[in-house]
Write a protein that binds this ligand. Structure first.
Ligand code: CDP
Length: 132
């Protein structure tokens, strides 16, 4: 059995807001919102892959804080893993794959149409971010 391809995504947080990105492609996903990220390349470290994706897709430098517990199935052969992350440099812009970015406050998290597979991931992010 071949290992699934890992898709990595970031929960970027700032002033209590979470960054959501609206996909512009492919057509069946366009208009839906996701945690920004992308595929890990063969042989690539997943955490490095996520930092690379954030640079390519949003034009920011970022560091990962911690892995959000869990793993979510995407299409067959793909799984989603999520890290909380902090922006170090740059202002996020939708450079690739997205046509809008939004910082969602606590009351706005469910105001966007998340990709189905991102819904459980976002729930896990909120649980991980909740004050302990
Ligand atoms: O940028 P790259 O081509 O590496 O990957 P992508 O096209 O952004 O994402 C790969 C797959 O993961 C796509 O099918 C996305 O829909 C999916 N994905 C997702 O379901 N949720 C995310 N938060 C990020 C990606």
């Amino acid at each position: 059995m071949t290992e699934p391809t890992v898709v990595v995504a970031a929960a970027l947080q700032e002033s209590g807001r979470l960054l959501a990105a609206r996909r512009s492609a492919p057509p069946e996903l366009a208009g839906r919102w996701e945690l920004p990220g992308g595929k890990v390349e063969p042989g690539e470290d997943p955490e490095r892959a996520l930092v690379r994706e954030l640079r390519e897709e949003l034009g920011i430098g970022a560091e990962l804080v911690e892995r959000v517990p869990g793993e979510w199935p995407l299409k067959p052969g793909y799984v989603l893993r999520v890290w909380t992350a902090r922006r170090l440099s740059g202002r996020p812009r939708p450079l690739e794959d997205h046509d809008e970015l939004r910082w969602l406050g606590p009351d706005e998290i469910w105001s966007v149409d998340w990709l189905d597979q991102d819904v459980p991931a976002v729930r896990a992010v909120l649980a991980a971010l909740a004050p302990r």
